[in-house]
Design a protein around this ligand. Structure first.
Ligand code: F6R
Length: 256
């Protein structure tokens, strides 16, 4: 795991944006895994401003709420079109988001896995992290080998996401999410976290044991995982000074 700590969310985002931009320039037909929520908003804004060429890029989103109409303002379909896709030149047919209204949810999940395989696998997966350590919507105790499937949100996650819906009761209870096994197959994982409320989950994920109780901790087993943090999200890391030193003293050829 490479831990990149910057003073602000903006600075941490600009490191992440450079990583994504480099991939898109080096591999114009890259397959990108995307996340929703507050965390990647700055990243999407930065990528839009970079005016990259998305014509041959394929995207797969991590998750979607079950039962929310696609055009609901809080569906992840709406989120992605509003905050990224409508501002870039990606063809609609290259965009993949789980269908939370499918009549056959298990069939839809299996087909999603197949589409990822058919696309050649995910080159780079963007991740946020829940305050309980979830990645995608793989809540604590999710199998570390799981594939795309239905999950039930924890009360904590519904409380965290109530800010988007107005009340906790309006947050759907079920979601489709890529599994942890699916996420681990991405060739590169890039997790972002900002703010005090993520500090504990980040400390556990980066420096704690690998455990289903903090699903993000599985990234310790990934051969190419980067974690971009602001100072607040890094506040409980015991070895923060070491991570800062490593990043500041990278040989030029290693630097992004
Ligand atoms: C969203 C997702 C979730 C979020 C996490 C953090 O697609 O997969 O894991 O990344 O819930 O959400 P925010 O960024 O809103 O704090």
């Amino acid at each position: 795991m490479e831990i990149i700590i910057q003073a602000t969310p903006e600075a941490a985002t600009s490191v992440a944006a450079r990583i994504v931009a480099r991939l898109l320039r080096e591999k114009p037909n890259a397959v990108l895994g995307l996340a929703t929520g507050s965390t990647p908003l700055l990243l999407y804004r930065a990528l839009i401003d970079m005016k990259l060429d998305w014509r041959r890029v394929t995207t797969f989103n991590l998750d979607e709420y079950i039962g929310l109409p696609q055009d609901h303002p809080q569906s992840y379909h709406s989120f992605m079109w509003e905050n990224l896709f409508r501002h870039i030149n990606i063809p609609k047919e290259n965009v993949n988001i789980p269908d939370g209204n499918a009549s056959d949810i298990p069939g839809c999940c299996a087909a999603y896995e197949q589409r990822i395989r058919d696309a050649g696998g995910i080159d780079l997966q963007i991740l946020g992290i829940g305050t309980d350590g979830h990645i995608g919507f793989n809540e604590p105790t999710s199998s570390l080998a799981s594939r795309t499937r239905i999950k039930t949100l924890t009360p904590q996650t519904r409380k965290d996401n109530a800010r988007f819906f107005g009340s906790e009761a309006d947050v759907p209870g079920h979601v489709i999410t890529m599994g942890i096994g699916t996420i681990m197959e991405a060739r590169q994982n890039l997790m972002l976290a900002f703010g005090n409320n993520k500090a504990r989950a980040i400390a556990e994920a980066v420096e704690g044991p690998i455990t289903t109780i903090n699903p993000a901790s599985i990234l310790q087993m990934h051969p190419d995982a980067k974690v971009c943090l602001d100072a607040e999200a890094a506040a409980q890391l015991k070895r923060a000074e070491y991570y800062r030193w490593v990043y500041d003293n990278k040989p030029d050829w290693q630097h992004l």
